[in-house]
Design a protein around this ligand. Structure first.
Ligand SMILES: Nc1nc2c(c(=O)[nH]1)N[C@H]1C(S)=C(S)[C@@H](COP(=O)(O)O)O[C@H]1N2
Ligand SMILES: [Mo]
Length: 507
């Protein structure tokens, strides 16, 4: 027998439960829609890190990957309707901004909920205290399976099956989504490779995160259906006004109006979010980034890469087509004999380094996991010059806060949609603290051979706690600067300028 006061406490729906319940609905709905946006940026799911086309267990594209010509991961990205995804179209950058923004508030909501659950003793409504919940839940399942409804007296406040489902969602599924989410962050992966291995690698975590989404969606559908089908009047009352003394005086009509009204508000917010974002891409990049970026800085900036993988991937996607300028073609013809890496800006001695100069500097080898912002990954062995060597040789000024890496390649080859940026060079700003990470190198070799053209010959950047878009290929020059805002659109890189990616490349 449960003690009477426990029954009383556990059968009300205090205001904080009702509010966190509603906020959870709002943030989950936005999270799912933004998650779909991210998924469509690489609409294939795998259990292997190499992401070889054909090895996916699930895909959301009919496109097959041609083998007779270069096909970049960006060619494989799918546009999605703003009715389904947040914000819709091919706005991966903003989908991610929304996803992280909502995830932050969703986790805060969950934290408040769980703390209050324990502080008020209401945990007993969810966490079973006796094994007999399982046989009782089975009985309830049988009742539902025979298309009957358990009597209202079974709900104290939840029936056993319901209680188990809620406990599972709150204490298993939600943490599962959070754990698999963190396992997809390149900075977390770089610092704690063992953690990602536990989840089956990068793609394991990504697939599990998707399965988690599917379970949430399934739970949501069953949950909402049962609210309508099983003791509807009691349910909406509990959800909207609770059942403490006095609450029964609120008219049922008013309860219904608030119930359906609050659903409508969620739908309106979701529609507004897509519509407003698609109309104000830059503004939303900044607004949402202002929330996410400080959290990223606090939690991830100091993580350094400690990766030593043993095996390289059998396949490695590419992003960006090789430069097509005459200048670059001439370099290729002479096997880069005339190549010079220019280092300038806030330095004591500007440098102009040939490939031989670079090869004579100390070499560092590392086998690491590459994470593209779109979701694909690959492991490769990279050999090259630690960036710290270059910084020492040029005598970097203490005023230098960023390194601007500029490529031989132009916008036309890296993001064909941005017609206005076709003639701009691809560039990215790397913060100085990243430049001094032990695994940040100017790679000259990939898997024991000189860099292939499509992977950035003759020199590319590797910054192993970052997403791929920061790792400039076909590097022409490095300029040390105090600020990156004077370059092009001033957002810190070509993809930030033109695709609204965040500068939080550790996530
Ligand atoms: N110059 C240049 N560098 C670039 C890109 C590009 O388009 N141009 N794409 C970036 C992106 S988005 C990724 S994921 C990686 C891909 O590296 P890979 O083609 O060697 O796999 O390169 C990065 N460096
Ligand atoms: Mo990428």
């Amino acid at each position: 027998m449960v003690e009477p006061h426990v029954v009383l406490a556990a059968s009300d729906f205090p205001i904080w439960i009702r509010i966190t319940h509603y906020l959870n609905l709002l943030f989950m709905f936005l999270l799912m829609r933004a998650g779909l946006q991210i998924l469509m940026a690489h609409p294939r799911l795998y259990w292997n890190t190499s992401c070889k086309p054909g090895s996916e267990w699930l895909k959301f594209t009919r496109a097959s990957v041609p083998t007779d010509r270069l096909y970049t991961a960006m060619d494989d990205e799918r546009s999605i309707s703003p009715w389904l995804a947040l914000p819709g179209k091919e706005e991966l950058g903003l989908g991610r901004h929304w996803h992280f923004f909502c995830a932050t508030f969703w986790m805060l909501t969950g934290l408040v909920y769980v703390v209050l659950l324990f502080a008020t003793g209401e945990w007993s409504r969810l966490i079973p205290t006796s094994w007999d919940i399982f046989p009782r839940a089975w009985q309830t399942a049988l009742i539902y399976a025979s298309f009957h409804i358990p009597p209202a007296s079974d709900f104290r406040p939840f029936d056993p099956l319901q209680q188990l489902a809620y406990a599972g969602v709150v204490f298993l599924l939600a943490p599962f989504q959070i754990v698999t989410a963190f396992a997809m962050s390149p900075a977390v992966e770089a610092r704690f490779p063992w953690f990602v291995k536990l989840l089956g690698g990068k793609q394991g975590a990504r697939s599990l995160h998707f399965i988690g989404l599917a379970l949430w969606a399934l739970f949501g559908i069953v949950h909402i259906t049962l609210v309508f089908v099983v003791h509807f009047q009691d349910n909406v009352r509990n959800i909207i006004v609770g059942n403490s003394p006095g609450a029964e005086q609120v008219s049922f009509t008013l309860v219904l109006v608030i119930f359906f009204g609050s659903f409508a508000v969620v739908l309106l917010i979701a529609a507004w979010a897509s519509w407003y974002t698609l109309g104000h891409l830059r503004r939303m990049q900044h607004l949402l980034g202002a929330v996410v970026d400080p959290i990223r800085k606090l939690s991830m900036q100091r993580l350094t890469s400690k990766q030593h993988y043993k095996r390289v991937s059998s396949y490695f996607w590419t992003n960006g087509y090789p430069p097509e300028t005459d200048e670059y073609k001439r370099l290729v013809e002479t096997n880069f004999a005339d190549y010079r890496l220019e280092v300038s800006g806030l330095v004591e001695t500007p440098l102009s380094l040939s490939l031989d100069d670079l090869r004579q500097m100390s070499q560092h080898a590392q086998t690491t996991l590459h994470n593209c912002i779109q979701g694909w990954s690959g492991i490769a062995a990279w050999t090259g010059v630690p960036l710290t060597e270059v910084l020492q040789r040029c005598g970097a000024s203490p005023r230098a806060k960023y390194l601007i890496f500029t490529s031989y390649q132009q916008g036309k080859q890296s993001f064909p949609h941005a017609t206005h940026a076709w003639e701009r060079p691809f560039y990215e700003a790397l913060p100085m603290d990243q430049a001094t990470h032990p695994q940040t190198i100017l790679a000259l070799e990939m898997n024991g051979k000189p860099l292939p053209i499509e992977h950035g010959a003759p020199v590319r950047l590797r910054a192993e706690t970052y997403l791929g878009y920061k790792m400039v290929k076909w590097v022409r020059s490095i300029e040390l600067v105090e600020e990156y805002t004077q370059f092009w659109d001033g957002q810190g890189g070509f993809r930030e300028d033109n695709q609204y990616y965040g500068i939080s490349a550790e996530i």
